[in-house]
Ligand binder design. Structure first.
Ligand code: CMC
Length: 378
């Protein structure tokens, strides 16, 4: 076996072979199972896309109807899970609440039968169905309210917004949110997906797989940039302040949140779609100054950093869209998890199909034959 060069962060080291998604960062292309993200955003729904990601093909109408019905049936969470969430501190971060609740599902559905397609499907359905309910439940509980039950007459995205805001969303808001879920559902081997794969490779249960991925997504280097975009736009405060603010950042060599990407060297295709969704929302529900600030900032950054391949990434417009949908800033990452669970489950299933436990090696940099020094002589 050849000895590979050590690459911090495993940069550019293939960790798997996968047919789930594909990114071409030079051309700004993202595909799920070979289908361009632009086409899915326009024509598909999140649940249909989740089915595509997990089972590899677009469902027939009968398959999709059956899948939606199963999801709808499993949306409620047991009162014991809700009661457990009531014991969480209300100042706790919603991502921690989600990680604990996702892990807790394993207590209730622990029978592990990883070779049985029916078990895989039931676990995937339960996780897709219950994660939005748990995110909305913690939001209401921390405000001192009882969680509301899911509504069977509302589809996936509309039902989440209803459970969160306790009122039926406008159809445009629900459609925009559904597209946001589609856009964030999968993105090759990022940190949380890798974490899901490593956990899956031990053949543990799927609730542990998803809980470990949620914990990884929670870090500020991964899921949290859109929160920071919103606070940056608030800090800029006015269109007139965009260029002085940007010059200040560049002088300090600080990063501009929502710009740049390890893979994309052109505008992230998801940012282009999100920008048009933001425009539709602002047109219907009223424009606010933060959108104008964002447009001016994109223009200014492109002038100064476009030649270095620094353009808006997915996080630049998603925070603006989520704020307009009434989603609190610290729920942006849990909302990302609601969507990304589809990709994690797809990788879990793919991992199981040809599993080998992850067991990389290391380059040892310590000493050998070191003496044991008695405690009184240290
Ligand atoms: N603002 C200003 N300069 C930047 C930025 C930025 N946002 N991003 C990269 N650069 C510059 C960087 O200073 C460096 O310049 P130089 O070569 O002169 O030293 C060059 O571009 C390469 O930067 P890097 O940090 O080595 O690039 P990376 O591939 O390691 O980092 C990144 C990618 C996303 C971590 C980085 O662009 C960044 O920190 N962006 C801001 C945070 C952000 O928006 N994160 C969300 C990422 S998208 C989420 C997802 O897909 O999961």
């Amino acid at each position: 076996m050849s000895i590979c060069e050590y690459r911090p962060g495993l940069e550019n080291i293939p960790a798997t072979q996968s047919s789930i998604s594909y990114v071409d960062g030079q051309r700004g292309v993202l595909e799920y199972r070979g289908i361009r993200i632009e086409e899915l955003a326009e024509k598909s729904t999140f649940l249909e896309t989740a089915y595509l990601l997990i089972w590899g093909e677009l469902p027939t109408k009968a398959e999709l109807d059956a899948f939606k019905e199963e999801i709808q049936y499993h949306r409620r969470v047991k009162f014991r899970v809700r009661d457990m969430m009531k014991c969480f501190p209300e100042s706790g971060h919603p991502m921690d609440a989600l990680q604990a609740s996702a892990a807790a599902l394993g207590l209730f559905y622990s029978r592990r039968d990883l070779h049985n397609p029916a078990y895989i499907r039931a676990a995937a359905v339960r996780l897709l169905a219950k994660i939005p309910t748990m995110v909305a439940a913690f939001e209401l509980i921390r405000k001192g309210n009882d969680p509301v039950q899911p509504r069977d007459d509302l589809d996936y995205a509309a039902n989440f917004l209803y459970m969160l805001n306790e009122q039926e969303p406008d159809p445009l808001a629900a459609r925009v949110f559904d597209v946001c879920l589609t856009l964030h559902a999968e993105h090759t081997i990022n940190a949380s997906t890798f974490s899901a794969m490593v956990t899956a490779s031990t053949l543990t249960d799927p609730y542990a797989v998803i809980a470990s991925a949620v914990g990884t997504l929670a870090g500020p280097l991964h899921g949290g940039a859109n929160e920071e975009v919103v606070s940056m736009l608030e800090g800029i405060g006015s269109v007139a302040n965009v260029r002085p603010y940007l010059d200040g950042l560049l002088e300090r060599k600080a990063k501009i949140m929502g710009f740049g990407h390890r893979v994309y060297k052109v505008k992230d295709p998801r940012a282009t779609i999100l920008q048009s969704l933001a425009e539709q929302l602002f047109e219907k529900f009223g424009r606010d100054k933060y959108y104008d600030i964002a447009i001016e900032l994109e223009r200014a950054v492109e002038e100064k950093l476009g030649s270095k391949g620094i353009y808006p990434n997915v996080d630049f417009y998603s925070g603006l869209v989520y704020s307009k949908l009434g989603i609190p800033t610290d729920l942006f990452t849990p909302v990302f998890a609601i969507s990304r669970v589809a990709g994690w489950l797809a990788h879990w299933k793919e991992q199981l199909a040809e599993n080998r436990i992850f067991r990389p090696t290391q380059i040892y940099t310590g000493t050998h034959e070191a003496p044991y020094i008695p405690i009184e002589k240290r």
